[in-house]
Design a protein around this ligand. Structure first.
Ligand code: PRP
Ligand code: URA
Length: 208
């Protein structure tokens, strides 16, 4: 199983609060945004830099700024929306594409209903975001859609994964690095991650 677990203490603390059934919608949203920001900080650790001349009030110095590829963030609707703001705060120049998928409750297979991406998706470093990687069907379908539009550099960032989901992404897209805050035990008979956090979309948007 190829997965990078970002287990920073702040992330683990906030994830425990997110999991807690007593955490209400407002706090859930705030925590998810904060964790997404912290995870994105780790995910971007190796972004390339280039030297540039900067004039300070005292002198001119050689400093470093980001160079290279432009970033694209692609939330899987709906629940992925809950992670967008945290990342955009760190990378304000990022473009945001949207992929609409929902998991059919009977078959657990993803159903596509929306796709709107930046036109230069092939040139961007894409970060696909979704709090939950359960069977992996939704993430695999989203990555399939991106690759069909020419995307070549894709990372997947989820909050909680089941081993089944990580393995499915690894099998279908071995080039895609998977980042999570936790790999949980298993999926239950309804395809929910155990212990998990319940239905992420419902908890973010207060629906049921
Ligand atoms: C959830 C979650 C993922 C998907 C994960 O979305 O946000 O997109 O399920 O399950 P999978 O790995 O088995 O495909 P859901 O389909 O409930 O839609 P929502 O975000 O609109 O609530
Ligand atoms: N989708 C969710 O929102 N939660 C799960 O545990 C599995 C799929």
């Amino acid at each position: 199983m190829q997965v990078k677990v970002i287990d920073h203490p702040l992330i683990q603390h906030k994830l425990s609060l997110i999991r807690d059934v007593r955490t209400g919608t407002k706090e859930f949203r705030e925590l998810l945004e904060e964790v997404a920001m912290l995870m994105a900080y780790e995910l971007t650790r190796n972004m390339p830099l280039e030297e540039t001349q900067v004039e300070t009030p005292l002198t001119t110095c050689t400093c470093k700024m980001l160079s290279g590829k432009k970033i694209g963030i692609v939330p899987i609707l709906r629940a992925g929306l809950g992670m967008v703001n945290g990342i955009v705060k760190l990378i304000p120049a990022a473009k945001v594409g949207h992929i609409g998928l929902y998991r059919d409750h009977e078959t657990l297979k993803p159903v596509e209903y929306y796709c709107k991406l930046p036109t230069d998706v092939a040139e961007r470093e894409l970060i696909v975001i979704d709090p939950m990687l359960a069977t992996g069907g939704s993430s695999v379908a989203a990555i399939d859609m991106l690759k069909a539009k020419g995307a070549r550099h894709i990372k997947l960032m989820c909050l909680v994964a089941a081993p089944e989901g990580v393995n499915l992404v690894n099998d279908h897209h071995p080039d895609v690095e998977v980042y999570v805050a936790a790999v949980d035990s298993h999926l239950n008979e309804n395809g929910y991650i155990v212990p998990g956090l319940g239905d992420a979309g419902d908890r973010i948007f207060g629906t049921k």
